[in-house]
Write a new protein. Sequence first.
Length: 182
Amino acid sequence: MPNLIETTPCDGLLPVSAGELLLSECAPARVTSVAPFRGKTRAVGAALKAMGLGWPGPGRSVATGDAAIVWTGQDQAFLIGAAPEGLEAIAALTDQSDAWARMRLSGPGAGAALARLVALDLRAGAFPKGAVARAGLNHMMMVLLREAGDVFQIMVFRSMAGTAVHELHQAMKAVVARAALR
């Protein structure tokens, strides 16, 4: 009988760095997809408020402590780092914890590295702290969240973790190499 060992999506892949840029794996956390039933969005928002959160507007997130609710599409969000207590009767809940690889890109030039792979305006004025986008990371789908000035959380499907790490690391090295030419 095989001996199965539980690993994180980026086990053995991260961390990687280039200059002051660091790509690391986010701490494992519960990820629950929350989709309010018809007419229950306000009730879901109220239940999330009891957790210190709230229903996020399009392209936004709400965070408190280690918990966050991240917009992922129309009438859908990911609850990260918290149990979906009080939501069972008012929303469709799906455990997504093992389906996503969650990475954090940080350091000066993080936005420039992402800009090589993402067709979004990542300047702080256009994509401020708490902003979220569902977009392509080169040729794969991702959820991108700005946690702070030069800190981004990147979520890709678990099956694409190796490819995402490779492409992000190449972009990081390119940004560092370009800066060295100045």
